[in-house]
Design a binder for this molecule. Structure first.
Ligand code: ATP
Ligand code: MN
Length: 473
């Protein structure tokens, strides 16, 4: 007989019908005459209650039904007298696929997330991680659906790359060379001629540059793939391996780009509210009481659009009023997360898209603004059309920009920043042959999942986190 998923059983009202369910025991309790087994098969956060009369089964079977054991149960779907559930299954047959001993690491309820990370291979079976992983799946679907429905093409950029223009110093090298016997030239530099690709290669830190090649042919594309950064930042917001979504669109300006960022992220959050109700309600109850409220308010609110210079003015005013920050925030400084959080969580109390950053603190490819900003009555350095979307509790969730489409200006930036031109020829060709205005952004998938689930640590929203000194499982 065919298995019915728990999610279907719980929606069914075909009482009296025989069903077969399979899954893992969450709890098992008994009174003298009857046993109650909560069974979960991963299809939903909810368990189905199995009711088994004590005298109908071999007592040995009940001994094997411990938390974590895997069962198959045949029984009759019955309307439930218990509160909080419509139906239950009255068992006629119970088979045990796999028993589960008391050394099962997820045995106890209420273990810390830190403890569970050490058993990341088993934590997936808990309610919280089940909820997070189902939401993760749904968000991936939302992302593909949004872009597909809006005429974007899913474009695959390489994972192995030979350009390190952006990620100097934070890239993972890819090599087949024998590390015990490296050949070096007279200057002591490693010779890569005999390496697999004949040159130094690494794992990608962003698909953007290749994404621009796709966009300037197909009009609008998006990437959604693994991204690697060897930055040694042991924070709750950084992974060494994460997933990034990078749309790239031709013929847009800064306002269009911000409209896209806002519309896209609201669509994703709304998708979660509409498609992940049970999981969100669970997380709202167990992890973060303000979660659903926060998601609903993000959809309703118009994001603030704030030029960097205005942001610095607000921060400086706050300092005058007695606000203390650990790091300085003078014009030209890269904002620290304490500054971003002040603007988002205290000053505006809604998401902020910050724009027009000083050129010096942003990447080489960002389009330079026509006018220099005035700050304290003085003209400042050049700014660029970069956009960071700043979210409550997360900080930066999106980084994007309008790209510099002018060949000469771009070459000038590349030269000034000492980026090796020999690696950039193919990128520059987009500006040489039929250049066009375009822009795009990068959204860190796990940062979105952090926001949507209310989880606190990015290590807990990806199945198998990769962070400094940690690559187990
Ligand atoms: P941050 O300042 O937070 O390190 P960034 O400026 O390095 O971010 P970008 O290079 O603009 O980030 O990357 C685009 C997006 O990718 C970010 O907005 C963020 O959502 C995500 N992201 C960047 N680095 C990481 C990381 N190490 N782990 C997870 N997500 C990341
Ligand atoms: Mn970073």
């Amino acid at each position: 007989m065919k298995r019915t998923k728990v999610i279907e059983v719980l929606q069914s009202t075909e009482y009296g019908k025989e069903v077969v369910v399979m899954g893992w025991v969450r709890t098992h309790r008994d009174s003298k005459t009857v046993h109650f087994i909560a069974l979960n098969d991963g299809s939903t956060i909810k368990n189905v209650q199995i009711v088994a009369d004590t005298d109908k089964f071999d007592p040995e079977v009940f001994k094997k039904i411990t938390t974590g054991a895997c069962l198959n149960v045949t029984g009759i779907l019955t309307e439930s007298p218990a509160a909080g559930q419509a139906s239950e299954i009255h068992a006629t047959q119970i088979g045990v696929y796999g028993t589960c001993g008391s050394d099962y690491p997820m045995q106890k309820k209420g273990q810390s997330f830190e403890y569970m990370r050490q058993s990341a291979h088993m934590r997936l079976r808990t309610n919280t991680f089940g909820a997070v992983m189902r939401i993760r799946h749904n968000m991936a679907i939302a992302i593909h659906k949004y872009f597909h429905d809006h005429g974007y093409f899913y474009f695959h950029t390489p994972i192995i790359t030979a350009s390190d223009c952006e990620g100097a110093g934070q890239m993972f090298q890819v090599t087949t060379k024998n590390l015990y016997d490296l050949k070096k030239d007279e200057n002591g530099s490693i010779i890569y001629d005999d390496d697999f690709f004949g040159k130094q290669t690494s794992l990608t830190v962003s698909g953007q540059l290749e994404g621009e090649l796709g966009a300037t042919a197909l009009g609008q594309i998006y990437t959604f793939g693994p991204t690697f950064r060897a930055e040694n930042s042991n924070t709750p917001r950084h992974l060494a391996e994460f997933w990034m979504i990078e749309p790239e669109v031709c013929f847009i300006d800064l306002d269009d780009l911000m409209d896209l960022e806002e519309d896209f992220i609201k669509y994703c959050v709304n998708w979660a509210l509409e498609n992940c109700k049970d999981d969100l309600e669970f997380l709202n109850k167990m992890i973060d009481k303000g979660l659903i409220n926060r998601l609903q308010s993000v959809i309703k609110e118009k994001f603030v659009r704030l030029p960097y210079t205005k942001g610095i003015e607000i921060l400086q005013e706050a300092i005058k009023q007695g606000k203390k920050f650990e790091f300085p925030c003078n014009w030209g400084d890269d904002l620290a997360s304490e500054h971003e959080r002040y603007l988002v969580e205290e000053y505006f109390k809604k998401p902020v898209i910050m724009t027009n950053y000083p050129k010096a603190i942003k990447a080489f490819y960002m389009k330079i603004d026509d006018k220099k900003p005035i700050y304290n009555g003085k003209e400042m350095e050049e700014t660029v059309q970069g956009t960071d979307v700043l979210f409550p509790a997360i900080g930066e969730i999106i980084g994007g920009s309008v790209r510099e489409e002018n060949y000469d200006k771009l070459v000038c930036e590349i030269t000034a920043r000492h980026i090796p031109m020999k690696d950039m020829w193919w990128y520059l060709d987009t500006r040489k042959f039929g250049s066009c205005p375009h822009g795009g952004f990068g959204l860190g998938f796990e940062r979105l999942i952090l926001f949507v689930t209310g989880m606190q640590n990015i290590r807990d929203v990806i199945p198998f986190p990769r962070t400094p000194k940690s690559a187990e499982f």
